[in-house]
Design a protein around this ligand. Structure first.
Ligand code: CO
Length: 357
């Protein structure tokens, strides 16, 4: 790989104006056979990769085909070329949620996390200032999750991606709150991604799980941190971001606020009304239309929205950052903040130091 591709380009306006995509995913090109335990074999859902060609592969869950992917999932050189084409200086490279493994025995899940986290470092190694790895953790076991996020921080991961729930436990679950408190204490930012979506025959067409399930799930998880009292227990310096513009939340904040005041018997379960907590989290910009982006800025503030594309998956934005770059009515300082300034604050000192080197 050429040095020019791997090193940080100098954007117009200098290093402070880097365009940072905080929502991208990776899949390693291969990993050791995970179906070694009786439980995994019995359930028949262990993840593996059926490599079709040098550029194509199929994510398999046991004997079932889950998703066809291409080499942009694992090939740093191809990612960097796409980033250059899109005008993206830096990607946060997060796990693909199907590998979270929260439903597995914690010991097996811990093994999966360690394997994938170590492979993520290898994928990002060719361009340490442009590809910033985020870790995954066995969130079903709080102690193991805290241990793994610490190990990853030492090894060079700059944050952690978590799923928005663990089975029936939502983000206000005591164990998950303890993990989030730990992330705050060791200065690791958290990216929350919807996964393990509700299923029914009604959702089994038109990618309805992705089109309606993901926004609803993300909305529910933000409500769990608000109405479930999560934010009341979490330190204000926890840096946490929700994917896909925070799902349906911004559009329905008024409904939730009204409900909090009108049905205090069942809904006013947080110390303050929902609108009080809007400065406690961020969202990405993967909402595709100007009115939706404006709603996020108007609702959460221009310092709470960050460029996020969902690269390289087909429901993501390409070119990455196109909406922010083309949106009318954003002044230069807001556009710069959305493109990368807010991400620098979210990522924190460890990442900023690396980008500066
Ligand atoms: Co995504």
């Amino acid at each position: 790989m050429t040095e020019a591709l791997a090193s940080t380009p100098t954007p117009q306006g200098g290093a402070a104006n880097l365009a940072i995509d905080i929502h991208t995913h990776y899949v390693p090109h291969g990993w050791p056979d995970l179906a070694t335990s009786d439980e995994m074999t019995a359930r028949g859902e262990w993840p593996w990769l059926r490599v079709e060609t040098e550029h194509d592969a199929m994510i398999m869950l046991g004997t079932n085909e889950f998703r066809r992917i291409e080499s942009d999932c694992w090939d740093a050189e191809r990612r960097l070329a796409d980033m250059d084409a899109d005008g993206i200086d830096v990607q946060v490279v997060s796990p693909t949620p199907v590998f979270f493994s929260y439903g597995w025995d914690p010991i097996e899940a811990d093994k999966v996390c360690r394997i994938f986290n170590d492979l993520a470092l290898e994928i990002c190694a060719p361009a340490p200032k442009r590809l910033l790895p985020f870790a995954q953790v066995p969130l079903q076991d709080t102690d193991a999750a805290c241990r793994e996020v610490e190990r990853c921080k030492v090894n060079g991961h700059l944050g952690v991606e978590i799923g928005n729930h663990v089975g029936d436990r939502d983000l206000d679950d005591a164990g998950i709150i303890a993990f989030l408190q730990h992330c705050a204490s060791i200065d690791m930012p958290v990216f929350v991604h919807p996964w393990d979506l509700p299923n029914s025959p009604r959702l089994d067409r038109w990618m309805a799980q992705w089109l309606t399930g993901m926004p609803a799930e993300t909305h529910l998880s933000i409500l769990a941190l608000i109405l479930g009292g999560g934010f009341d227990q979490l330190p204000a310096d926890l840096r946490i971001c929700f994917a896909h513009g925070g799902g349906s939340f911004a559009f329905w904040l008024g409904r939730v606020e009204n409900a909090w005041h009108r049905r205090p018997d069942t809904i006013a379960t947080s110390e303050h009304p929902p609108s009080h907590y809007l400065d406690r989290f961020s969202v990405d910009s993967a909402v595709f239309t100007e009115p939706a982006l404006r709603l996020l800025i108007d609702t959460l503030g221009a310092n709470r929205v960050m460029l996020g594309s969902d690269y390289p998956y087909p429901l993501g934005e390409r070119p990455s950052g196109a909406l922010i770059r083309s949106a009318s009515g954003l002044d230069d300082s807001v556009r710069t903040a959305l493109l990368g300034g807010n991400a620098r604050v979210f990522l924190g000192p460890a990442a900023v130091d690396r980008l500066r080197q």
